[in-house]
Ligand binder design. Sequence first.
Ligand code: NAD
Ligand code: ZN
Length: 359
Amino acid sequence: MHKNFKNIDKTVFGRGSFDQMDAILAEKRQENDQFILFIVDQYFKGKPLEKRIPLKKGDVILFIDVDIHEPTTEQIDHIRDSVKASHGIPAGIVGIGGGSIMDIAKASSLMFTNEGSSTLYQGLNLIKKPGVYHLGVPTISGTGAECSMTAVLTGPVKKLGLKCDWTVFNQLILDPDLIATVPRNWWFYTGMDTFIHCIESENGTLNNTYSHAYAEQALKLCREVFVNEGSGQTSANDEKLMVASLMGGLSLTYSEVGVCHALSYGLSKILGTRHCYANCVAFDHLEDYYPQGVKEFRTMVQKHQIDLPKNLSKEWTDDQITAMAEVAYNLTHMWVHAIGADWKNKITIDLIKGLYRRM
Ligand code: NAD
Ligand code: ZN
């Protein structure tokens, strides 16, 4: 069976496109209880962008500090319950921020129409009904959360996405001006998520002409942003990175991630390390699997003078390393893609523990 892939319904791209939001929302405002719920990264509170949000009477705006923790099921349930009690069901939800806000907006959209706690729906196709209209405005580029069919949530038992066709945004507004203020280290770590998505998507059994076409273009853009002459955090490169993020995400949707993401999930799950940074920590030690990609990655780290910590594993207990290795080992679909159907002959918990010890 081939994947039957649901793409974003509509996309606007270009500088200043943020200001088209008002017109885009106008035709949606009559739905449900006729208000828009804006979910915005706390970073933008008091910044000029806040004044450009097309807030109308009756709309609700929530500012969220994404640095406290990654999105949780409890947080989503609370947003749904409190907004429902005070205002009802929104006509639409707008998420303005990075991968964390994208996931909160996507998950909230689904939870306004599906009863009970979001913990009930962590997994593939468990959602019963379409969510409310949702529009994503990414303000940091790399995760591909703007186009993925999952909204990753940490729950009491598992860290797993609400994954289905209805998770995908109805509308994206890609305005490269919005990512100009991203701090340099986040620009790099989150940007590298795209680079790694492409390397992993390309190097595995599920790679195909469709995923390859996206990855090839996204890698070309990543090299312009991070490797070639003229690289760096410039306005021209912001446009390229924004498109690379989208294309890297589309590539992996139609292929799969691999060894780095398996190890990175272990780091996030057991130590709470944030996704993009965890990927950089892990990828630096995967030359056995992605020799060319790792070589290029190291060049980029050097070129942009990014601090990647060494000897992190010295601080980890054997129990922690074992727990991380178990999380990674259980991501079967990633190993099948990266290593092949017979991956269990080649990959063992001990081997994975060895990879963590290199970090
Ligand atoms: P983020 O949303 O966690 O934000 C990172 C930091 O950048 C925060 O401090 C934020 O306030 C700041 N920031 C964002 N935009 C800014 C701007 N324009 N100017 C200044 N600061 C800005 O970043 P992320 O790396 O995009 O997202 C990570 C999250 O995405 C994780 O929760 C991860 O689980 C999730 N994720 C989801 C998917 C998916 O497919 N759904 C894929 C990968 C990662
Ligand atoms: Zn990723």
